[in-house]
Write a protein that binds this ligand. Structure first.
Ligand SMILES: Cc1ncc(COP(=O)(O)O)c(C=O)c1O
Length: 347
């Protein structure tokens, strides 16, 4: 398994954050700094544990706007700040952490959209690193919280709640539906199974109990021991390269990365497009489905400094790089995508 022995395994990332916030003993009203583009899974744990959430602005590359971020740090002195590698893009966590530590602010590095092939140690300057396993691995639940050794004595508390078992049951149902959907052909069957998938209320159940943190299930532990994560990562990296080389730069804007060493893969291949609905319609006509994040991501207030983040929320799109896709699938996707009949695209 690609996580260090000091790692703590939770049922989900949001449960890990609840347990962490409580273990740190952050008093009610403690200031926490989050990026202006943030999922419910990150903001909800801090709000539920009584923290005061402040947002920092992002630039068009999904990097923090550092001058504004630095000013916020010095003015507000938050106890904790979260840094997200959006869509699996490798970003400069060292620069972020250095600034935070100058102000006594702890850092949570969020790697939920990245899958790492191996790690002997935590290998980050951040105080905590969070991985959410369900995003890219076929496990019913699971998240990993890595901590710097100085936090090893933190008392992370776990609870038991029947709703976790209900959540697991729904998630197993979702995994079965996904497997069946990929193994049978036919557009009608695909549509029916997709409807069934979206009817399963797993997310609602998770949101109803996440303030009572659970350990990762035995089933996910068993699965993790059997999965060839390192092979999955190198396969997905290969698919990313195909997109990088094949997708028209005129149609599909790219995000700048801070450097990638082939040991991490992304959730999908992220691009920026001028008209995402038109792209989705075009791809769906050819049975191709990508991913984007919008619902449950719009929490920052409508202020001019957050307009870039809000714009990115509307313009990003992730091409599929799932482990079950092969090279010819991706070449087909690239061919169709490059035929997308749109003239203009923001770079
Ligand atoms: C970037 C990011 N971090 C953390 C989380 C929360 O993880 P989990 O879904 O395991 O609670 C999510 C969930 O959407 C996410 O997208």
């Amino acid at each position: 398994m690609p996580w260090s022995p000091e790692s703590v395994y939770f049922a989900s990332g949001r449960e890990a954050l609840v347990a962490l916030t409580r273990a740190l003993g952050l008093p009610h009203g403690t200031r926490v700094l989050l990026p202006a583009l943030v999922p419910e899974g990150i903001i909800a744990p801090f709000l539920k544990t009584g923290c005061q959430v402040l947002f920092y602005p992002l630039d068009e590359n999904l990097d923090p706007q550092y001058p504004a971020f630095d000013e916020l740090l010095r003015r507000e002195r938050p106890a904790l700040a979260v840094f997200i590698h959006y869509f699996g893009l490798r970003k400069d966590v060292t620069r972020f952490t250095d600034l935070c530590h100058q102000c006594g602010t702890m850092v949570v590095e969020d790697m939920a959209h990245i899958l790492r092939s191996k790690a002997a140690d935590m290998n980050s300057e951040a105080d905590f690193v969070l991985h959410s396993l369900t995003k890219m691995l076929p496990v019913p639940d699971g998240a990993v919280l890595e901590m710097k050794p100085k936090y090893a004595t933190l008392q992370l508390q776990f609870r038991r709640d029947l709703r976790h078992s209900i959540y697991l049951t729904f998630r197993i149902g979702e995994l079965v539906l996904c497997t069946v959907r990929h193994s049978i052909g036919g557009r009608r069957a695909w549509k029916m199974l997709s409807v069934l998938y979206y009817l399963l209320p797993s997310y609602r159940v998770l949101m109803s109990y996440f303030t009572r943190p659970h350990r990762m299930s035995a089933l996910s532990r068993y699965q993790l021991r059997r999965l060839a994560v390192s092979e999955m990562v190198s396969h997905r990296c290969h698919l990313e390269q195909l997109y990088e080389q094949g997708l028209s730069p005129k149609l599909f804007g790219r995000f700048v990365e801070h450097g990638s060493n082939g040991e991490h893969c992304k959730m999908g291949f992220p691009v920026r497009v001028a008209d995402r609905s038109s792209l989705c319609r075009w791809l769906l006509r050819h049975n191709i489905q990508g991913v984007f994040f919008q619902s449950r991501w719009d929490f920052a207030p409508e202020l001019p400094e957050f307009s870039t983040a809000k714009q990115l929320m509307r313009e990003h799109f992730l091409f599929p790089t799932a482990a079950y896709l092969n090279e010819s699938d991706i070449l087909y996707v690239i061919r169709i995508a490059n035929m997308w009949p749109v003239e203009s695209c923001r770079p």
